[in-house]
Design a protein around this ligand. Structure first.
Ligand SMILES: Cc1cc2nc3c(=O)[nH]c(=O)nc-3n(C[C@H](O)[C@H](O)[C@H](O)COP(=O)(O)O)c2cc1C
Length: 402
């Protein structure tokens, strides 16, 4: 039997800390090894002995305690964890996680770990709704953490409002979801393109588009988190390269084509989320065009259609493309799927405000060979997770004998 996966359960100083005992029990029932780390404040609410007795493992609290079973506790625990669940998470803990503060063993472990993170807040309504807490939760989400939202109901204070810890079963489901995803792309090579290409007009000017690269970067990060070897071919963006991803920086459609074609054969899956210019100036000026020498018109030439070319060259690869549409979204995307020999098209309506280009959210239709899947509006980080789930399904289907 495969070794059980390990969940590091982080318990912080909330009145709901006692509910983490039930959470530990439920996780163990699902076949998971649970190791607990408590903050000093959490130990004021529930004794470490309770968690040690339930989980059968020593409980970490003090960063400076002489290690017994563990070597350097924060490092070895971080490496051991297949997923980390902070439940309940206090406002203080959420702020520390968002800021990268490492003043206690628990927060040091989270910083030192690459494992997926699930955070289940519990606090008084005003603390939960405070813009500082909401901003911190958004920051954690934007980095890929799963936040199991607090619920509305009676709070420990007797007040009624939002801030109750989500039911343990719901937190367990979120943790199991992360464990399932944890290494499902191990051994696969994924090539992702992102950003909007820039086509030179002269020495300083270019024709560009409004793509921010957020979706492609989120997909690259999600694939890396799930164990893939990821190459991200990126046109210019304002984004930081995700961790554990090989970044290949390009500027023009031509450079992107070259970088992608060069790496295509060794890839198992390709996600082309870059907004590649269809046209570029036919004769860019070498120097800067003077104000009084402005051309009356600019001749354009067609760029290579990278996705169509990949569709032609495709052997074993799963090939996912994007379609920016303004009408007949699904029908146009299906046309693209068939014409370019793709396995999935992520189609979005770029005419709608608040979603798509540059925004943090998107609302898309996933068009595969069989059915369309319309996804509700969600963050690009969540969307990346859905797309990568589909990618994993396509890779699995490919691996199965017909
Ligand atoms: C009785 C009591 C209940 C508390 N419950 C909560 C809570 O539910 N959520 C929260 O964010 N803070 C709560 N606090 C405040 C935290 O314990 C305090 O911010 C502490 O510094 C958190 O430390 P930690 O994040 O390191 O665990 C409570 C404090 C007390 C005394």
């Amino acid at each position: 039997m495969a070794d059980a996966q390990t969940v590091l359960l982080g318990v912080t100083g909330s009145i709901a800390a006692y509910k983490a005992v039930e959470l530990a029990r439920l996780l163990i029932k699902r076949g998971v090894t649970v190791k607990t780390v408590m903050t000093e404040a959490a130990a004021e609410f529930v004794t470490p002995l309770t968690f040690r007795s339930i989980t059968g493992h020593p409980v970490g609290i003090d960063m400076f305690e002489e290690p017994t079973e563990w070597k350097a506790a924060h490092v070895s625990l971080a490496a051991e964890a297949d997923a980390i669940a902070i439940a309940p998470a206090t406002a203080d803990a959420i702020a520390k996680l968002a800021e990268g503060i490492a003043d206690e063993l628990l927060f040091s472990v989270v910083l030192a770990s690459k494992a997926p993170l699930v955070v289940a807040p519990a606090m008084h309504t005003e603390m939960y709704e405070n813009p500082a807490t909401q901003h911190n939760l958004d920051l954690l989400r934007s980095r890929g953490a799963v936040v199991v939202e607090a619920q509305s109901g009676q709070l420990a204070s007797g007040d009624v409002g939002t801030g109750r810890l989500a039911p343990p079963e719901k937190i367990v489901d979120a943790v199991m979801g992360e464990l399932g995803r944890a290494r499902d792309l191990a051994g696969h090579r994924v090539l992702v393109s992102a950003g909007g290409t820039q086509e030179p007009l002269d020495a300083v000017r270019y024709l560009g588009n409004r793509s921010s690269g957020k979706t492609g970067y989120a997909i690259a990060r999600e694939c890396a988190l799930r164990g893939a070897a990821v190459v991200l071919v990126s046109a210019p963006t304002a984004l930081r390269s995700p961790r554990d991803v090989e970044l290949v920086a390009v500027r023009t459609a031509e450079e992107m084509a070259e970088a992608v074609f060069e790496r295509f054969d060794e890839a198992d899956a390709v996600v082309m989320s870059a907004a590649v210019a269809d046209f570029s100036p036919a004769e860019p000026s070498i120097g800067k065009i003077k104000k009084d020498a402005a051309p009356k018109s600019i001749a354009l030439r067609r760029n290579v259609d990278i996705l169509a070319e990949l569709g032609k060259r495709k052997a074993k690869q799963v090939l996912i493309g994007f379609a920016a549409e303004t009408d007949d979204i699904a029908a146009n995307a299906r046309g693209k799927l068939e014409a370019k020999n793709l396995d999935l098209v992520v189609a979005n309506d770029v005419s709608r405000p608040g979603v798509g280009f540059g925004a943090d959210d998107n609302e898309v239709v996933l068009v595969g060979p069989d059915a369309d899947e319309t996804l509700r509006r969600m963050s690009k980080v969540q969307l990346a997770r859905h797309i990568v789930d589909r990618l994993v399904g396509l890779l699995e289907a490919r691996g199965r004998p017909a």
